[in-house]
Design a protein around this ligand. Structure first.
Ligand SMILES: Cc1ncc(COP(=O)(O)O)c(C=O)c1O
Length: 439
């Protein structure tokens, strides 16, 4: 092939990278390799592939790995992984059955009893559950620190754990408050700690679900692993559940073995859908962010809105604004905001939207609204919710590809409902239809 992939932009590579049509009957698009197992030419070949796959024997660079069984390898997964790696400028990538599968498999493959993982708070509710309820059962210590903890205090906390500290886990922007943490500063601390005499380096992992892969590149800021719920912007159509991890080959290899053994792989059709999604991820994310910025400004000026959390409208001169400008290439399409009042007003808003759908998840082509305190983050203890600013009047909005004027009209109408003058819509049992309220 004539083009040099290193010189092309990721969006140009999404239609071709990692796939040779002439290995698949000339099909312009990669087929879905919908097979659980692969045929070996000879028994010796099967023996060799297993020895390499299970790490029983080292494979030389000039030796080609063969296909074995879809839990271990499959071209639909591999093509996707090569393209995911392109976006993050990473050596390697792995796809997973979900974002939670990606985070939990990386954690189980990396951490051992006695190890410590420090994580910035807030994080997605499922991640919080994994860290607080599951990993400690395996002897792994997890400790949350506030996103805005001063650097010196974080260093003090990290040093308390000495050699036991293995990973800093950051989620930035954080779900649902959209607050940012300084990836380069934490990765720099991890590097400094790693230079001390100690058994192994301290790693920095970043959940890049909200802004990646288009608007934030944590690896370029020093992160070792970048993790995704690919269910969100990467998938982009709210029709798949998937996850991903990108990073250096040496860190990805053990996670790959655990993925195979834990069975956390996505299915080939999901990977094929994600390949299609990656062709449009940049245009989708840019269009969604453009609309989101319009909506965030409208919300910030609305009399029924108390407060808006969205990177592009962070006040000039604040540390969060400076960090946003340093760290992110765009604001993304997730807005959190507080309505005036409390839970009743928030629910009145959620029950009144018509164009936006009342559903959890984010990053799809359709706009979604939800109530973090009682939905996505309901497993986060009430005192933690209070500490990190998840209030009962907070709404999280994921902005899709609808016309901005239509969305503004829908949000305005639903905000009117928070005054109590608009009857909350009722769900008709068994039908799922909401009667439209009379104007
Ligand atoms: C920031 C973040 N990370 C991880 C996850 C988990 O991803 P999944 O639902 O694909 O398992 C989510 C899900 O909402 C999320 O928002």
């Amino acid at each position: 092939m004539a083009h040099d992939p290193a010189k092309l932009h990721p969006e140009s590579l999404m239609m071709s990278h990692g796939y040779d049509p002439f290995l698949s009957e000339g099909a312009a698009k990669p087929p879905i390799f919908m097979t659980s197992t692969f045929v070996f030419r000879k028994a010796e070949e099967g023996e060799k592939y297993f020895r390499w796959a299970y790490g029983l024997e080292e494979r030389r660079r000039d030796q080609a790995m063969g296909l074995i069984y879809t839990r271990l390898n499959n071209p639909s997964l591999q093509i996707l992984e090569e393209r995911l790696a392109v976006w993050d400028g990473a050596e390697a990538a792995l796809s997973f059955a979900s974002g939670m599968a990606a985070i939990s498999t990386a954690a189980l493959a990396t951490l051992a009893p006695g190890d410590v993982l420090l994580y910035s708070q807030p994080v997605y509710g499922g991640t919080e559950f994994l860290f607080e309820q599951i990993l400690p059962r395996f002897g792994i210590t997890t400790k949350a620190f506030p996103l805005n903890l001063p650097a010196a205090d974080l260093e003090r906390l990290a040093r308390e754990y000495g050699d036991r500290l293995a990973v800093f886990f950051l989620e930035t922007p954080a779900n649902p408050t959209n607050e940012l943490i300084d990836i380069a500063a934490v990765a720099g601390l991890a590097r400094r700690l790693s230079e001390l005499p100690r058994a192994r380096p301290v790693r920095t992992w970043v959940d890049n679900t909200f802004l990646g892969p288009v608007f934030q590149n944590p690896a370029s800021l020093g992160a070792d692993l970048v993790l995704y719920s690919a269910t969100k912007f990467i998938g982009g159509h709210s029709d798949v559940i998937a996850g991903a991890v990108t990073g250096p080959a040496a860190l990805i290899a053990p996670i790959s073995i655990y993925r195979g053994m834990l069975g956390a792989v996505p299915d080939p059709f999901t990977c094929w859908l994600l390949l299609r999604s990656l062709e449009t991820v940049k245009v989708r994310m840019e269009a969604q962010a453009k609309t989101a910025e319009q909506l965030a400004r409208m919300l910030a000026n609305h009399p029924r809105v108390e407060r808006v959390y969205y990177p592009a409208i962070l006040p000039e001169g604040t540390p969060q604004r400076a960090l946003y400008e340093r760290q992110c290439k765009g604001p993304g399409a997730i807005i959190s905001f507080e309505v005036k009042g409390g839970k009743a007003e928030a629910f009145a808003f959620l029950n009144a939207v018509e164009l936006c759908k009342l559903a959890v998840s984010l990053g799809g082509t359709e706009s979604l609204v939800e109530h973090p305190a009682t939905m996505t983050h309901s497993d986060v203890p009430i005192e933690v919710q209070a500490r990190v600013g998840i209030t009962d009047r907070m709404i999280r909005l994921s902005v899709g590809l609808e016309n901005p004027d239509d969305l503004i009209a829908d949000l305005s109408r639903a905000l009117d409902a928070t005054t109590g003058s608009y009857p909350p819509a009722e769900v008709v049992a068994g039908v799922g239809q909401r009667p439209r309220a009379k104007p």
